[in-house]
Design a protein around this ligand. Structure first.
Ligand SMILES: NC(=O)C1=CN([C@@H]2O[C@H](COP(=O)(O)OP(=O)(O)OC[C@H]3O[C@@H](n4cnc5c(N)ncnc54)[C@H](O)[C@@H]3O)[C@@H](O)[C@H]2O)[C@H](O)CC1
Ligand code: K
Length: 463
């Protein structure tokens, strides 16, 4: 579940400075960055005529290195700059290019365009003429690459500070930045590549990687593999989707506490009736319970509130989703026990934590700290945040997931993995990855029920 680190501009500069303090030569680091980026560009564009756009800082310095190295491979390369190079490394890279430098605002286009105008040093949107010309050059090219970041995005939060064209590839240098994975900036590159600069990086915030899952041991039985209880409500289908997802996520046994009709299929789900809070409380006295899920289809009437109160007071590990989050947002008296997993979508997050500021990662981390629980802040860029400061950012999720019931499936997966692992952060990461993988395997135009059928193969691939 641990992908590469994601660093803010300040963290990246601190990591680079630590490398310099330990003896790394700044220009050598720029040459390494440029060489890594040039290799990726060469593999994609080969000898295609190339225009490299160089900005005034070290991003531009990378661009001069890239231009020189592509020229050394026989590529016809032109460089167009935006003003003079202002840093020692960039000036050195410009001298090493030792070729003509055109004016970016009037330079002619090319089949392949490399954007080395601005990276993590961007402090505001591009001037309008610069942004307009950049868009023309990139949109007029067959192949386009953004060096470190597309120029014009807010590196730390993924905002678009001015018009930003869409690139074929964004080549991250040294580490991913939040803008590589957070929308809307994440939507401005078709593919992400990462050049490792060999400097040590803090790893508390990372891209979500694929989990290492395990088979049940020889001594496994349905209760020590993890018992999940899903609390039902008026919409039986929602809690049933969640219950089946929990069972197919690897839990040993799943009980669904129904209030109305029992759902016959699949037989593996144990259906029990518990409408009032006290009946639910009795059901949750079972010490073997590894996770309780409340929310999918729970309802917002008084009886539903009683069932939720019983879950919150049960002392069992909790996953709170959907209606449970709506209850928590409207009734401040309902306190979320620490060690839970919350799975808000954008609207639920705003209702619960709308006062928080900063990037989606910052806000997810602040929310997790506030409630002492893991927060899965869903979206095309789902952030999983733990109270201890760890966070994982998922990417590549299928947009077909925007269909009814997929949230119920994710909540069920989180409850199932929580019952299996006993670790809320690990369970949430595994659940988000399995959810995305099941969607990838389900192809196009799938419905939530299809995700359930894709889960065994998704799990098998990670054993
Ligand atoms: N630090 C290193 O050793 C390495 C950095 N790498 C590359 O460097 C950039 C970050 O470089 P930096 O000089 O800090 O900033 P930029 O090149 O991104 O920006 C240049 C410069 O532009 C000014 N500026 C900011 N906003 C605007 C604007 N809207 N219009 C005009 N000018 C603007 C600001 O003053 C900046 O100083 C990083 O992304 C990497 O590409 C290497 O990768 C490794 C070595
Ligand atoms: K750039």
């Amino acid at each position: 579940m641990d992908g590469p680190p994601i660093l803010t501009a300040m963290q990246m500069r601190a990591a680079e400075q630590a490398a310099f303090d330990a003896g790394t030569d700044p220009y050598a680091l720029m040459e390494k960055a440029g060489a890594g980026a040039a290799e990726i560009i060469w593999r994609t564009g080969h000898r295609r005529d190339t225009l490299v756009l160089c900005g005034p800082g070290n991003n531009g310095g990378d661009g001069f290195v890239i231009a020189r190295l592509l020229r050394d491979r026989g590529v016809t390369v032109r460089v167009a700059a935006l003003g003079e190079s202002r840093t020692a490394s960039a000036q050195r890279a410009r001298v090493a290019w030792d070729g003509p430098v055109e004016d970016m605002l009037i330079a002619a286009g090319a089949g392949q365009v490399v954007d080395a105008l601005f990276g993590t040093g961007l402090t505001r949107g591009l001037e309008a003429p610069v942004a307009a010309r950049l868009c023309e050059l990139v949109e007029g090219a067959t192949l386009s690459h953004a060096v470190d970041l597309p120029s014009g995005v807010g590196g730390d939060d993924g905002a678009l500070l001015s018009d930003v064209p869409r690139y074929g590839i964004c080549v991250a240098l040294g580490a991913f930045k939040p803008a590589h994975l957070l929308y809307p900036a994440a939507g401005q590159a078709g593919r992400l590549a990462l050049v490792d600069l060999g400097i040590s990086l803090p790893g508390t915030v990372r891209r979500l990687g694929s989990p290492a899952l395990t088979m049940p041991g020889p001594d496994a039985h349905k209760y020590n593999r993890g018992l999940v209880v899903v609390i039902g409500g008026g919409m039986a289908g929602a809690s049933q989707l969640a219950a089946v997802a929990a069972a197919r996520s690897g839990a040993g046994a799943v009980r669904r506490l129904a209030i109305g009709g029992m759902v016959a299929e699949p037989h593996a789900i144990i259906q029990r009736r518990a409408e009032q809070g006290d009946a639910v409380a009795r059901e949750l006295e079972d010490e073997r319970i590894g996770a309780v899920l409340a929310g999918p289809g729970l309802g917002l009437d008084q009886e539903a509130g009683g069932r939720l109160t019983a879950a919150l007071g049960s002392g069992r590990p909790l996953v709170l989703d959907a209606d449970a989050l709506t209850w928590a947002a409207k009734d401040a008296a309902l306190s979320v026990p620490g060690g839970s997993i919350l799975t808000p979508h954008e609207g639920e997050f705003q209702r619960l934590f709308g006062d928080l500021r900063g990037s989606k990662v910052d806000r997810a981390l602040a929310a997790a700290l506030r409630v002492g629980s893991v927060v899965v802040y869903k979206g095309p860029d789902t952030v999983i945040a733990a109270p201890d400061g760890r966070a994982r950012v998922a990417s590549g999720g299928s947009t077909w997931l925007s269909t009814a019931g997929t949230g119920d499936v994710l909540a069920g997966l989180a409850a199932g993995r929580l019952a299996v692992t006993g670790d809320p952060f690990r369970a949430a990461c595994e659940a988000v990855w399995l959810h995305g993988e099941a969607a990838r395997r389900s192809g196009a135009a799938f419905i939530a029920d299809d995700l359930l059928r894709a889960l065994p193969a998704a799990i098998a691939a990670r054993l």
